[in-house]
Ligand binder design. Structure first.
Ligand code: AMP
Ligand code: MG
Length: 421
């Protein structure tokens, strides 16, 4: 009798399995950039990706202006050997310039942001003068030409590329664009992502659980993850393990989405139908990935929609989303690919691990008394223990070649927040 061994999550190495990096490259190679844009008002562009370079229509600041409250004068008139009185001939406010011309032994009271009056090129701050009377101040020695000025164009030159195509529009970019007077710009169309859960054991919230049933949590963690991705989200609910229903749902999703995500039903169990259906209505790659959690992953395509069949286990869903779905969504959205920021931290816990697979352990990073990064595991690391994701602020990433890790050694960590950068 021959015993045929099916691949299992417990295999540490197996033939035909690929690394996480190989899976990411394969996914990126199969992912197009959505070459469509929409012109949107500035605020609506928040978290969008620029479809075009933005060139500045003007200089920022638009004119030489004061960086401080004080007195504007001509540098050639600055006292060199001893203090001297100056006549205050007027006041320049931000937005209300003073147009009179400043002569020898004269100065102009000036506020921060006010345009420099004619014949002045230097500001003496108000703390450095002595007020003699309503119209005179005394200015001392030691001042420099051009001090406390902001020059026209020192931040942005007219015609300069301020933001490149592919830049993410976040809070600072909204401010920069507003400072240029730009209130509409082209951004990449958002990808439309539909998702559903599969499994006869799953109930939606609000339903009563029968024996053996569980609430569908994956749709909620996926909703949370997708909400940080600036995509349009289409929640298609729970689908039972019935081939025809799964097929119809996939076809409906393909008609309205750029990406389809499912969770569950992609391993080798008897109710795992997704792969066969996908092969029938589209194309399918089944990957055994040298990783933990999240070993089985199905990717593919139905017409123009990209498909990811994520595992069912709640932690594996989130980890595979971070590793594979996010790079795909970023590329679709028009963001250039970049590696997730990986930091070194000293592990406070010893870790059992065999070489062969890349492991993503849930961990809590903090700083020690010297301000150095340290990291501790959250506790049990089973792929069904979703509270480990909630306690963790990062993933500890242990490479394929890494074996057991002693407490005190340096390990790689990736903060959850950095995955979205
Ligand atoms: P499967 O890949 O369908 O065999 O599912 C693997 C494990 O994940 C099983 O214990 C399922 O009950 C669980 N699971 C699958 N889908 C979900 C879901 N949407 N929410 C919570 N647990 C799930
Ligand atoms: Mg299932």
């Amino acid at each position: 009798m021959t015993i045929i061994k099916q691949p299992s999550c417990n295999d540490s190495f197996e033939q035909g399995a690929i690394t996480v990096a190989e899976a990411v490259s394969g996914i990126l190679a199969a992912t197009p950039v959505i070459a469509e844009y929409q012109k949107r008002p500035l605020r609506d562009c928040l978290h969008g990706i620029l479809f075009d370079d933005i060139k500045s229509p003007c200089e920022v600041p638009a004119h030489n202006n004061s960086a401080m409250d004080g007195y504007a004068l001509w540098s050639a008139d600055l006292p060199v050997t001893s203090s001297r009185p100056f006549q205050v001939i007027g006041t320049a406010f931000a937005g209300k310039p003073f147009s009179g011309s400043c002569q020898k032994n004269q100065c102009v009271r000036i506020m921060t942001g006010a345009m420099l009056p004619p014949n002045t090129d230097t500001i003496v701050i108000q703390e450095d003068v002595r007020v003699l009377d309503a119209e005179h101040v005394e200015i001392g020695v030691g001042h420099r030409k051009n001090q406390n000025l902001r020059f026209a164009g020192e931040d942005i030159q007219q015609g300069a590329t301020v933001l490149k195509k592919g830049s993410a529009i976040n809070a600072a970019e909204l401010g920069v664009l507003a400072s240029l007077g730009i209130n509409e710009m082209p951004i990449y169309r958002k990808p439309r992502v539909s998702f559903f859960s599969t499994g006869d054991e799953l109930k939606s919230l609000g339903e009563t659980l029968q024996t053996g049933e569980i609430y569908d949590s994956n749709r909620y963690s996926l909703y949370g993850l997708l909400s940080s991705c600036n995509v349009d989200i289409i929640d298609m609910g729970v689908v039972r393990d019935e081939p025809e229903t799964i097929r119809q749902t996939l076809l409906a999703a393909a008609r309205c989405s750029d990406v389809i995500l499912t969770s569950g039903g992609v391993s080798v169990g008897e109710a795992d139908y997704i792969k066969a259906i996908l092969q029938d209505i589209g194309s399918m790659d089944f990957w055994k990935i040298l990783m933990k959690p999240g070993r089985p992953l199905t990717s593919g395509r139905i017409d123009d929609a990209l498909f990811f069949g994520l595992p069912g286990n709640p932690v594996a869903v989130m980890v595979t989303f971070y590793q594979f779905v996010l790079p795909c969504l970023k590329k679709l959205r028009g963001l250039p690919h970049k590696e997730v920021l990986t930091l070194k931290a000293r592990t406070q816990t010893a870790i059992r691990k065999n070489p062969g697979r890349r492991e993503f352990q849930r961990a809590i990073a903090s700083t020690d008394a010297d301000g150095n990064l340290q990291v501790a595991l959250t506790g049990k690391q089973g792929s069904g223990i979703l509270t480990s994701m909630s306690q963790a602020n990062c993933l500890m990433v242990l490479g394929e070649e890494c074996g057991p890790v002693e407490a005190g050694s340096q390990v790689d960590i990736q903060f959850f927040t950095h995955y979205f950068d």
